[in-house]
Design a protein. Sequence first.
Length: 90
Amino acid sequence: TPRPASPDAGEPIDKYRFRPAGMASNRARLGLSAADFGRLIGASGPSVYLWEQGKSRPSARMLGAIASIRGIGKREALARLAAIKGSEAP
């Protein structure tokens, strides 16, 4: 049977596995606060904390966003973050 698609990517919702500890270690590897990690993926800092603690689970759209930054390095993460912060300025 076909799997339901995620709203943005058109990919199966269960395409990505999610492990709270894996996300926490990726955030630590990148040296980012929960708020900055959230900015990169389009979520709030408190949401990132809840996901890392296993108290909540990211939506299908967020799983795709989390997966999209899994392989980037610290420099790339900081460059993306600077671009986001630059666009947030009034």
